[in-house]
Design a protein around this ligand. Structure first.
Ligand SMILES: [Zn+2]
Length: 317
């Protein structure tokens, strides 16, 4: 069973219009929240069904079979085989049409958007800007998601911004052109629901592309472990302490550690001697040893050393 009413409506909207919701599926969600969607025009009740689909592999030749009231029960009667009769619940005759514009409005309001969503081209809705500054778009059906000109239409709204498109789930091949255009795609099942008070609310955490780990240098103090570009390096205690000092400085404020600081922390050895040993340790066995050596930059005056890495490239624990 589908977990939330929002997911059920989104699932039924994927195949395009008219999107129908049958009472049998909707019944577990009947209640105040469901009634409110009817009042809001998201769900429009249709006339009760008078006919039912024929039984599987039936020879009756009909497209539909009649629903009859027999002994107070509703029965979809097979004209050929009464063993194939289906007893129906009253809810089975109920159905609702899902109004796409009203559903998009419901999602936008539940997600805290103040402005009304605008339909950019058929079925492509612009919800507005997220709290993190991303432009947010939504399509309900697969046909809309894959229509020609969709990406150009998105770019025309605001070509400069980071963009996320919420859409029915796409295959990897279908997602490629969005990735190439720099549009982050999130499936509606993943991006909507379970985060806020309403199951129709967009989860802000799902709008950002997963940050690709950019760590180049990881250092574990307790085990004196050093991994550079995915390869473990053996670094003895003294140069290890120097590496930690350089990493701390790079993370906290950037810039150089002065020679006198290094020598004060390692009595009896010159800073240049320690740096040489650390460079040797890091470069041992590396494919490009000279490049690795240059990871420790030298400054002449005032004399000092620094890691040529950004703070987000260093993981110091
Ligand atoms: Zn039949």
């Amino acid at each position: 069973m589908v977990a939330t009413l929002a997911h059920l409506l989104l699932l039924r909207s994927e195949a395009g219009e008219p999107a129908l919701l049958w009472g049998r599926e909707a019944k577990p969600f009947y209640g105040p929240a469901f009634d409110r969607l009817i009042v809001a025009g998201v769900l429009v009740a249709r006339a009760p069904a008078l006919e039912w689909q024929v039984c599987d592999d039936c020879d009756c030749g009909r497209d539909w079979r009649p629903i009859e009231r027999i002994d107070g029960r509703l029965v979809a009667v097979c004209p050929l085989d009464h063993a194939a009769d289906v007893v129906l619940d009253p809810e089975d005759l109920e159905s609702y049409e899902i109004n796409p514009a009203a559903l998009v409005h419901e999602i936008a309001v539940s997600s805290g958007f103040v402005g009304e969503p605008s339909e950019v081209i058929g079925g492509l809705w612009h919800l507005g800007r997220s709290a993190s500054g991303r432009q947010l778009f939504l399509v309900l059906s697969r046909v809309c998601a894959l229509q020609p000109g969709l990406i150009a239409a998105i770019r025309l709204v605001d070509g400069a911004s980071q963009t996320t498109l919420i859409t029915p789930a796409l295959s990897a091949a279908e997602s490629v052109r969005f990735a190439e255009a720099g549009i982050h795609v999130v499936s509606s099942e993943e991006g909507i629901g379970d985060s806020g008070e309403s199951c129709f609310a967009i989860d802000p955490a799902k709008l950002e592309p997963a940050r690709i780990s950019a760590t180049r240098l990881s250092i574990v103090r307790s085990s004196q472990r050093v991994v550079l570009d995915g390869i473990e390096r053996h670094v003895p205690q003294q140069p290890f302490r120097l590496l930690v000092l350089l990493a701390e400085t790079a993370i906290r404020k950037g810039g150089f550690v002065r020679r006198v600081e290094i020598e004060a922390a390692n009595s009896g050895r010159t800073a240049s001697d320690l740096v040489r040993e650390l460079r040797d340790c890091l470069a041992a066995g590396a494919a490009e040893p000279d490049q690795v050596r240059r990871l420790i930059k030298t400054r002449r005056s005032p004399s000092g050393y620094a890691l040529a890495l950004e703070s987000h490239e260093i993981d110091l624990r």
